[in-house]
Design a protein around this ligand. Structure first.
Ligand code: GDP
Length: 310
């Protein structure tokens, strides 16, 4: 197996963690996780993408739901509802609450998000992977909607159920943020950087928008491989299509190639999107075609192998 720093994977949450579960069977690696989803709920610092990646790689995630811990209960959330809390639209299970309480307490003692993330991963038994937040600074992905103006991505997707029309996506605090030393060294030393199958607008772009990150990424001599989260004219799941429309981009692998232009050497696309390959290659990335659907553990491992060999 490779050393953890030879392979670096940029990640979001649900799509990424399926892929990373496959990669865990193929290689050691470092995850650079999106922090744009982070938010405060009930006085606690919640990191949805970091947590789903951590729970998945520790083997305790609720994979069917795509978030939280398997077998979790929701008694604390019920109690908060009874007390009249306004923030109960964001589902947090009882075991999940423990992560946020623990994280917030350590951060209040002065520990960085990086230190806390590494501690939680170790204590939950994540093997073969090092999980790093892209930055220790607070960055928030905001969606500007036609109907209700600007809001946090979680509000757009969970509270408003993704029903509003996105006009623009903003990464608040990203430009002033800096990648941590751990991330900078990781990117610099990597032999292969993989952009997980993730929502480009809300999982990858927030990280690429961090001050100096793009330059850091481009300076790295690593082979850079992205896996498309698109199939035909739609995303496999989630709000990526509407958000790309706000950027006047069709929700296709070709648009993903345009968004990542100049950044990647290879784009892995679904074989049914073969017709887009030529135009994708005109953006400067070579195209690898395979089945990109991850429905089973075998699919996840197969796609991970393709990303490691592309
Ligand atoms: P989020 O933070 O929960 O939105 O998680 P990600 O950004 O990591 O994952 C969401 C993205 O994963 C969506 O854009 C989906 O289209 C994509 N996705 C979900 N399932 C699959 C799959 O089976 N294959 C591929 N290639 N992409 C997927």
């Amino acid at each position: 197996m490779n050393a953890k720093d030879a392979v670096v994977a940029l990640s979001g949450g649900t799509g990424s963690s399926k892929f990373l579960r496959g990669l865990q069977k193929v290689s050691n690696f470092t995850v650079v996780a999106n922090v744009g989803d982070n938010a405060w709920f009930h006085g606690l610092y919640v990191c949805p993408d970091i947590d789903i990646v951590t729970y998945t790689l520790a083997g305790i995630a609720d994979s069917k739901r795509g978030w939280g811990v398997r077998g979790d209960t929701f008694k604390a959330l019920g109690a908060l509802k009874r007390l009249g809390s306004k923030d109960t639209w964001f589902n947090i299970g009882d075991l999940d609450f423990a992560t946020h309480v623990f994280r917030t307490a350590l951060m209040k003692e002065g520990r960085s998000l990086t230190q806390v993330t590494l501690t939680i991963a170790r204590r939950l038994g994540v093997g073969g992977a090092r999980i790093l937040p892209a930055t220790d600074a607070h960055v928030e992905t905001h969606v500007v909607t036609a109907e209700k103006g600007e809001m946090h991505l979680q509000e757009f997707w969970v509270k408003e159920k993704g029903r509003l029309t996105p006009e623009r996506v903003r990464y608040v605090g990203a430009r002033q943020a800096r990648a941590t030393n751990e991330v900078a060294t990781g990117i610099d030393k990597a032999e292969r950087i993989i952009l997980s199958p993730a929502n480009p607008m809300t999982s990858i772009m927030p990280t690429l928008s961090i001050g100096g990150f793009r330059e850091l990424f481009m300076r790295s001599k690593a082979r850079k491989v992205a896996i498309s989260p698109m199939l035909g004219e739609r995303a496999f799941s989630g709000p990526a299509a509407g958000m790309m429309a706000a950027k006047k981009l069709r929700p296709t692998s070709l648009s993903v190639a345009k968004l990542y232009k100049g950044l990647i050497d290879v784009l892995v696309i679904d074989e049914s999107d073969r017709a887009q390959a030529q135009e994708i290659e005109r953006t400067g990335a070579s195209c690898v075609m395979t089945s990109t659907l991850m429905k089973s553990g075998e699919d996840e491992v197969r796609l991970a192998k393709v990303a490691m060999e592309a």
